[in-house]
Design a protein around this ligand. Sequence first.
Ligand SMILES: [Zn+2]
Length: 133
Amino acid sequence: MTVRPMVNRDSQFFWDGTRAGELRIQRCNACGARRFPPGPACQSCDAYDRGYDVAAGTGTVFSYVVHRHPPVPGKELPIVIALIDLDEGVRMVGEVVDVSDEEIEIGMPLRVDFNRIDDELTLPVWRRAEEMP
Ligand SMILES: [Zn+2]
């Protein structure tokens, strides 16, 4: 069993994106401001004209929490959850895999990967990125 995220009109594009292997960031078509989490109206200009950009899928750890308790269905604990600063300038929450709770650190470069759960749902996960040369 997997904890399924809420998919609604505001976030549908995001989940369509992960299914297609894309990390999409909502962008206002009126003023170009990017935002996360997605919402109906632009926080900069109040327009309802929504579009999106496809992110490069790279970012760095802004902060993180290690989830040890309570148990999460279908998950082995601990889970590392990070706030990730994307290179595009938005911050999103994501699960970091293949990095232990002892290794994770602020500023660590990460790269998104996609974990296909089923036909409907693909979850973004984050892995350690190679250091930039
Ligand atoms: Zn706007």
